[in-house]
Ligand binder design. Structure first.
Ligand code: ATP
Ligand code: MG
Length: 360
C-alpha cells in the first residue's frame, strides 16, 4: 500500500431536522471515496450541537466548544432550525455563532442542472445554467445592528441597519473576481441596489470599479437586484459568477436552487479565505421538519457540499469523481421525490457508493 500523506480532520454536525440524516449519508459516501481513492484520509469527529441541546441547556455551543471545533480542517454541517425555537434564535445561536468568530466572510453557492434532472425553466437544460453565487457573509443587512423603541406602542419603531465597511466590501468583491478568474468564462456580475440605496450600495459600485482594475482578464458587469431576478429566469446563459450582499445573495441563491430543479441539491461553503479558521460546508436547504425521520430527504445537496469541502482541502480529483458518481446516479433516474424520483435517502446513497467503484 502507498503511504498516505494527506490527512484531514473533519468535524461533522448534522444539527436539526433532516441535517443528521443527510450528513450521515455523506459520511458514508466520503468513507467509500477515501477507500477507492487511496490517496488521502479523513478523520471524522461528530458534534451533537443542535436545537435539542439548546432546549436542554440553554446553549447551542457548550463552553470551550469553538476551541474544540477550531482544531479541525473543515466542518460538515447539516441544518439548524426547529419548530419550537424562533428562527432568529437558532440561526444566531449556532450557524452565525460559528461563521462570525471564524471569519467565514465568503459564502459560495454553485448552481447547475444535473444530468437526468430538469429545470422549471422551459428552455433550460443540463449545461445551460452554471453559476457561482458569492455571498457577503459577515456584515451588510445581517450585521445584527438596530433596535426597537417604544415596544408594544402604536408608535413603536424598529431599525435594521445594514453595515458596509470598505474592508468588508473590498474583500468579498476581490474574492468574487478571483473566483470568476478561475472559471472558464472569467465573467462576473456585481449585484446591488444602488439606485435606491445610495450609501452602502454606491460604496459597492465604487469598490467594484477599483478592484476590477486588478483583474484585467475578467469581464464584468453590474446589475440591480430586481432586474437580476428577471435575467436569471429569462437569460440564464448570460451569467457565470455573481457577487451580492448578504441579503440579496441569500434570496438570489434560493431562486438559483429552484431554477436548477430542487432546493435539495445545492451546496454552500462558508469560507475563511485567509485559512486561519476552519471553513464550514452545508447544503442550502434547511431542517425540513415535514420530512424529518422518514428517510426520504435528498442527500445530493450534502454530497455536493462534501465535494466542495474536498476541493477546499485540495482534493480536487476525488471531488470531481464523487460528483461524477452522483450525476451518473441522477442520470439513471435514481432520485428522491423532490427531483421527480421515488428513491429514499438510503437508496440514493447506496447507488452513489456503488457508482464510486465504477468511476475509479
Ligand atoms: P429553514 O427554516 O432552515 O429554511 P425549512 O424547514 O423551512 O428550513 P427548507 O429547507 O427551507 O425547510 O425547505 C423547504 C421545503 O423543501 C421543506 O419543507 C421540504 O419539504 C423541502 N426540502 C428541503 N430540503 C430537502 C431535501 N434535502 N430533500 C427533500 N426535500 C427537501
Ligand atoms: Mg426555509
Amino acid at each position: 500500500p502507498i503511504a498516505v500523506s494527506r490527512k484531514y480532520s473533519i468535524a461533522t454536525m448534522g444539527a436539526d431536522g433532516i441535517g443528521p440524516e443527510v450528513v450521515d449519508a455523506s459520511v458514508e459516501v466520503l468513507k467509500k471515496l477515501v477507500q477507492v481513492d487511496g490517496g488521502f484520509e479523513l478523520d471524522f469527529e461528530n458534534f451533537d450541537w443542535s436545537s435539542e441541546t439548546y432546549k436542554k441547556t440553554g446553549k447551542y455551543i457548550p463552553d470551550g466548544g469553538l476551541e474544540q471545533l477550531k482544531k479541525h480542517d473543515a466542518i460538515l454541517f447539516g441544518a439548524v432550525g426547529a419548530p419550537d425555537v424562533p428562527d432568529h434564535i437558532s440561526l444566531w445561536g449556532l450557524r452565525l455563532a460559528i461563521c462570525q468568530p471564524f471569519q467565514q466572510y465568503a459564502n459560495v453557492r454553485p448552481t447547475k442542472i444535473f444530468r437526468g434532472t430538469s429545470s422549471p425553466l422551459r428552455k433550460a437544460e443540463h449545461g445551460d445554467l452554471d453559476w457561482v453565487i458569492v455571498r457577503e457573509n459577515s456584515e451588510g443587512e445581517y450585521a445584527g445592528q438596530g433596535g426597537r423603541s417604544h415596544r408594544g406602542h402604536p408608535w413603536e419603531t424598529a431599525t435594521e441597519v445594514a453595515i458596509f465597511s470598505r474592508v468588508g466590501v473590498e474583500r468579498i468583491i476581490r474574492f468574487a473576481f478571483e473566483t470568476a478568474q478561475k472559471r472558464p468564462r472569467k465573467f462576473l456580475t456585481v449585484v446591488t441596489k444602488s439606485n435606491a440605496q445610495r450609501n452602502g450600495m454606491v460604496l459597492w459600485d465604487e469598490v467594484a470599479s477599483e478592484v476590477a482594475k486588478d483583474f484585467p482578464d475578467v469581464k464584468w458587469d453590474k446589475m440591480l437586484v430586481d432586474a437580476m431576478t428577471c435575467r436569471m429566469v429569462l437569460d440564464p446563459k448570460s451569467l457565470d459568477t455573481i457577487v451580492a450582499t448578504n441579503l440579496h445573495a441569500d434570496i438570489l441563491s434560493d431562486l438559483a436552487a429552484a431554477l436548477a430543479g430542487s432546493i435539495g441539491i445545492a451546496p454552500t461553503s462558508n469560507l475563511d479565505p485567509t485559512r486561519q479558521n476552519p471553513s464550514m460546508f452545508e447544503p442550502i436547504h434547511g431542517s425540513a421538519f415535514d420530512i424529518t425521520g422518514k428517510g426520504v430527504a435528498n442527500p445530493v445537496g450534502t454530497f455536493w457540499t462534501a465535494a466542495e469541502m474536498l476541493i477546499w482541502l485540495g482534493e480536487e480529483d476525488a471531488a470531481r469523481k464523487m460528483m461524477e458518481a452522483v450525476e451518473n446516479v441522477t442520470e439513471r433516474g435514481i432520485s428522491t421525490k423532490d427531483l421527480g424520483g421515488n428513491a429514499n435517502t438510503k437508496e440514493v446513497t447506496d447507488a452513489v457508493i456503488q457508482e464510486l467503484e465504477k468511476v475509479y
